[in-house]
Design a protein around this ligand. Sequence first.
Ligand code: ADP
Ligand code: MG
Ligand code: MG
Length: 249
Amino acid sequence: MLQINNLVVEIEGKRILNGLDLSVKAGEVAAIMGPNGSGKSTLSYVIAGKEEYEVLDGEILVDGENILELEPNERAARGVFLAFQYPLEIPGVSTMTFLKAIMNAQRKAREEAELTTPEFMKRVKAAAQELHIDQEMLRRGLNVGFSGGEKKRMEILQMALLEPRFCILDETDSGLDIDALKIVAEGVNTLRDPARAFLVITHYQRLLNHIVPDTVHVMANGRIVRSGGKELALELEASGYADYREQAA
Ligand code: ADP
Ligand code: MG
Ligand code: MG
């Protein structure tokens, strides 16, 4: 489903991704682990299409199509979804209004009819209930006054509603207590599907006890330096990243 070949990316003249190769199959949950500053967030932003990054070489194929030439909304329409490490707060826009806007924007890009209000309400209520999100939260400004855990659950709610094919979670576990972490993990596990793939980016092994990955990739200095099964996460927890940093350097 996702195939990245020799991705080279700079920001402000600084090389961040350095010939990165990665492939993720449909149905797979792939974890990316690595030290701070290794380029994990940069990779997720470049896949989602955030501007300021300069792609110097390589390609990102989604279902065989190179998405590097596409706008972020066109990538989203093809099912790419990025859950942010630090979700934005939007005062003055109710969460409900925001959710309806993103769902209809995606439908428009896919040339599907707008959702009727009753249909939209039905879907939001069902998804919110499944993720233990209070209806009252949906009437508040997007993420305004939400706790860290509530913001992350809101990201998973967006993911559930958009039914993406390829989901990237960038350190969705940071700042979560164990209960919030379990709810997020449960949400992701519910969405696991043979037609859908996940890239779960995390610095710590903890999240991977709850979202058990099929594959684990270690990133250091802007490239994938080792790949393995779920046991690799446990090994990293014990040994740390020091060896990989040296190896990559
Ligand atoms: P990670 O998510 O693995 O911690 P990042 O992708 O956030 O790593 O960052 C990788 C490197 O790129 C870091 O050295 C960081 O300082 C640098 N970097 C990221 N964004 C920018 C930016 N907007 N301007 C300059 N340097 C940046
Ligand atoms: Mg970081
Ligand atoms: Mg990061």
